[in-house]
Write a protein that binds this ligand. Structure first.
Ligand SMILES: Cc1cc2nc3c(=O)[nH]c(=O)nc-3n(C[C@H](O)[C@H](O)[C@H](O)COP(=O)(O)O)c2cc1C
Length: 274
């Protein structure tokens, strides 16, 4: 992205989730385009925590923005082991716990069960001194319950949403399009769901909410901020509009000014519902 984006202007960079051991990910095809979005079933393809620390993190840390390291693990002990390994490693601003990946077996277990979520977060809390963000899945009946559990476990913030479990089909071949059949839907198609969940969670917890899901324009960003997000992440939009983050940063001051504000803090959670 460095060829398209002045990376130094970003508030932070959240590299792809790492795991303790290297993972090859799922069989291809692993992505496909859908109406107003995309499906992916990457399956946490990554080189493992040691390769990340030795080779990838030093480059990322040299770029300037805060680096938030996303970790995923098979069980609570492994989450704790990873957090302990990362403790004290230079260049890390915070940890995001990916308890919500729909594309690996067991990947969402901690994100769909409030007690399991609280246990993982509290274990990581005790194992490191970094700020902890818990990344929540939309594939639950009541996301506010899971957010409250993350807060009770000691999370400093919650990030939401991860992708919505979905599928695509080639009916002529009578075949699913993704190699793993099911995948996660992202992009503008999921924005209204994400907005609804951010609104609900922001009213349920006292910790900050990081809004994610289909954000592609300054209007999207402003909608998430007034609905209760104190910060946002952009994923899918970067694929089809690599300069989207710069466009949004350029447009932010005048959008804030339209609401008579000069800082993001002044507009967060100011939605009027009565
Ligand atoms: C290709 C692809 C890979 C992703 N990999 C991860 C990941 O490794 N860890 C994670 O927490 N979320 C991952 N996500 C989910 C995004 O971080 C984000 O939660 C979701 O896509 C919704 O935001 P968006 O519509 O802006 O992409 C991935 C999404 C896509 C499209």
């Amino acid at each position: 992205m460095a060829g398209f984006v002045d990376l130094g202007r970003l508030g932070g960079i959240l590299p792809k989730t790492i795991t303790l051991q290297p993972r090859p990910g799922n069989p291809p095809p692993r992505t496909c385009e859908t109406a107003a979005g995309m499906l992916n079933s990457i399956g946490l393809d990554n080189d493992g925590i040691e390769e990340f620390i030795q080779r990838q993190l030093p480059y990322l840390a040299s770029l300037g923005p805060a680096i938030i390291v996303s970790i995923a693990a098979k069980n609570q002990e492994e989450f704790v082991q990873m957090a302990a390994r990362l403790e004290g490693v230079p260049g890390i601003a915070a940890l995001e716990l990916n308890i919500s990946c729909p594309n690996v077996s067991g990947g969402v277990d901690f994100g769909i069960d409030a007690a399991a979520c609280e246990k993982v977060v509290s274990g990581v809390r005790a194992a490191c001194s970094y700020p902890i963000l818990a990344k929540l899945t939309p594939n639950v009946t009541n996301i506010a319950d899971i957010a409250r559990a993350a807060e009770a476990g000691g999370a400093d913030a919650v990030s939401l949403i991860n992708t919505c479990l979905a599928m695509a089909v080639d009916w002529r071949k009578r075949r699913p399009i993704l190699g793993k059949v099911l995948g996660g839907l992202s992009g503008p198609a999921i924005k209204p769901i994400a907005l609804r969940m951010v609104y609900q969670v922001a009213r349920a917890v006292r910790i900050p909410v990081m809004g994610i899901g289909g954000i592609a324009t300054i209007d999207d960003v402003m909608e998430f901020l007034v609905s209760g997000a104190t910060a946002v992440q952009l994923g899918t939009a970067n694929f089809y509009n690599p300069t989207v983050t710069m466009q949004i940063l350029d447009a932010l001051p005048s959008a804030l000014a339209e609401l008579g504000a000069s800082s993001v803090d002044e507009v967060v959670g100011t939605l009027e519902v009565e």
